[in-house]
Design a protein around this ligand. Sequence first.
Ligand code: NVA
Length: 382
Amino acid sequence: MTQDTIVSSWNDFDPLKHVIVGRADHCCVPPSEPAVDDKVPVDSKMKGMWGPRPLETVEAANEQLDGFAKLLESRGVRVDRPSPIQWNQSVQTPDFQTSSMFGCMPPRDVLLTVGKEILSAPMSFRCRYFEYLAYWPLMEQYFREDPTFRWEQAPRPRLTDESYRPNYGMGKHAMTIEERLEKVAAKEFVTTEVEPMFDAADVMRMGKDLFVQHGLTTNRTAMEWLQRHFHDHRVHAVNFPGDPYPIHIDATFVPLRPGLCINNPHRKMPEEQRKIFAKNDWEIVDAAMPAHDNPPPLCYSSTWLSMNCLVLDHNTVCVEASEVHQMEQMDKLGMEVIPVPLRDAYAFGGGIHCCTADVYREGSCEDYFPVQVPGTQIRPVE
Ligand code: NVA
């Protein structure tokens, strides 16, 4: 074995040395299924549409993703890329069938790196069931090259109809945004609790503490599973009642360095959940407004991809190049800002943080929250 590779990352802000950057090849808009249907907003042009994305949009996205990869390399970061498979094919398991898959632009959704472990997530979208395959060649390589790398997979969910509430928000049960926000506040989502389901992008890693967003893509059973799996960590449940489609924490609550997070001002963290940050001298600052009024065409995400940044170290951050307000705020917060053109890739699964997954950051597992305040922990505080 040669030690070409070190797998290790405990947070989103220590110096980044090795990362995976996604690719847009063969990416599809997936067909109707319970979890996807609930994510696509009622007024979206994407409702009812599915199939391969137009080739010119794939090429434009790939050009920006390649450019981002080169930029990271020029800053001394090793970059690996997934091996896309033909996502435009139907898949079947004993429990479900779907007519196409999704893509591998956002590795952050699938791969959760915690210390020496990379865990592939048990995602709730049927169309994403086999997405991990695009990363397997890299996992095999890391396994050969780093003798201490822990290559893990969470229990594969069955994703039968039992995993979803029937007719949630569909047809005659369609919800207004206000009704949807009430459901979010009541933590009543399309997904049920019969099995653990989570997306890796719902987990914010902060050393010993993992803050996990409860939403459409991550259930409480998953948090219980994460707590048992990462038994030396403290797993916390957080939620953001202002978000009608709560999926992935990284356009909502984003750490920039030890002691500083930005929070989406439309999706404020509830007071009782903020206490643990205040007691440990963390500052939570409202994020700047997005520069755009609308997301790009055929995009699942909101304009808040503006805050979906990649921190390279405690002083340096990559922000999407058209997000002038967010860049200005980061600058005022004392960060060197690297503008990265990536808007053409947004429709393929997210922004600058989404299209990456950590392999190696320097640093170790710190305790940033030595004062534990009850309220968020999956295991009661003693
Ligand atoms: N679901 C989030 C994007 C997460 C990267 C949003 O649409 O704002």
